[in-house]
Design a protein around this ligand. Structure first.
Ligand SMILES: [Zn+2]
Ligand SMILES: [Zn+2]
Length: 338
């Protein structure tokens, strides 16, 4: 099969690779209906994260089960399934409390930008939809594999409740879907921080009531203005830089919470400032598996349409253009069809 391989900075290719097959009795092999490029794929693509030789890419996926190992019980061939970017057993103590991305047996999925994918621990990892979905629903279902689940976790971690004022730092796909998540959870006021016209429009479509285009200290000052000097009840940090993290913490009211899901790159926190801020921090790699049944249900019943974050769709053999477009911020997120 032809699959995506990253060779080095700016050099992503589609090359022949062995077809995945069942290796463990708990595996499933699925035929990918759609996959996509993630903001986190851009770190190695930009050379900001080292790779060890040619590296297969992709961790967001959905598709039809082709084959299952002899021990698999809950999914079967022909079903349309979605899984998280970490495979998990869904039975260990960490999975039991809903932290499947810390599963004692977790395995990162890293070969999904391909026509066929092997998924370990299929029973614990994959959730089937009620039926094979219509083609138009596939992009929205794909987002629950990572970006929608991650935006949702940011809102859960920030403890978003009905009536709250919520600020979202970051206008990538995760931040935009954080806006949608806060809206679903009943936030009254949602302040999206973005300076990008097209992304501001999508943020508004997802439920943002205010847009702040300033960053850093100026961005914090604007949030303070809007909230009459109090700060937001909940802030979703969806970038992962020092500036975005401090912007999130300083925009939060005493007793409020920051949900942070941007993978930190060089973030360092000052203990004394944190102590006197009275702000709660919770975040990490989103335990997407916890939210899959609920989010699949919301998409299936037309309550949410997170697939709107895909503003570029390409056949898999043009994956390089998907990386380029996202790197140059010409596209929010690129969907790939094998
Ligand atoms: Zn991702
Ligand atoms: Zn587990």
């Amino acid at each position: 099969m032809k699959a995506t391989i990253l060779y080095g900075p700016g050099d992503v290719r589609v090359e022949e690779r062995d077809l995945p097959r069942i290796e463990q009795p708990t595996d499933a092999v699925i035929r990918i209906s759609a996959t996509c490029v993630c903001g986190s794929d851009l770190w190695p693509y930009r050379g900001l994260q080292a790779i060890n030789g040619p590296t297969p890419m992709g961790h967001e996926y959905c598709g039809i089960v082709e084959e299952v190992g002899s021990a698999v019980r809950t999914v079967k061939p022909g079903q349309f399934v979605i899984g998280s970017f970490f495979a998990s057993d869904n039975t260990c103590p960490h999975c039991h409390v809903g932290y499947q991305t810390s599963c004692q047996q977790r395995e990162f999925i890293s070969t999904a930008q391909a026509p066929v994918l092997r998924v370990p621990m299929a029973d614990g990892t994959l959730v089937a939809t009620p039926d094979v979905p219509p083609d138009a629903m596939v992009p929205s279902l794909l987002t629950v594999s990572d970006v929608m689940g991650t935006g949702w976790f940011a809102a859960v971690a920030a403890n978003v409740k009905p009536g709250m004022t919520v600020a979202v730092v970051g206008d990538g796909a995760v931040g935009l879907l954080g806006v949608l998540s806060a809206q679903r959870m009943g936030a009254e006021r949602i302040i999206a921080m973005s300076r990008h016209e097209k992304r501001q429009q999508l943020a508004r479509a997802f439920g943002a009531t205010d847009i702040v285009s300033e960053r850093g200290d100026e961005g914090v000052a604007r949030i303070m203005d809007i909230t009459k000097g109090i700060g937001a009840d909940a802030v979703l940090e969806c970038v992962g830089t020092q500036q975005s993290m401090m912007q999130a913490i300083r925009s939060t009211r005493p007793g409020g919470s920051v949900g942070y899901v941007g993978v930190p790159h060089g973030v360092e926190l000052n203990g004394e400032e944190l102590f006197f801020s009275h702000v709660r921090l919770h975040g990490g790699p989103a335990p997407v598996r916890r939210f899959l049944p609920e989010l699949i249900d919301l998409v299936w019943n037309g309550k949410i349409d997170p697939g709107k974050v895909f503003d570029l769709e390409l056949p898999l053999d043009q994956v390089a253009e998907g990386y380029r477009a996202m790197d140059e911020r010409r596209a929010i997120k690129a969907l790939l069809r094998p």
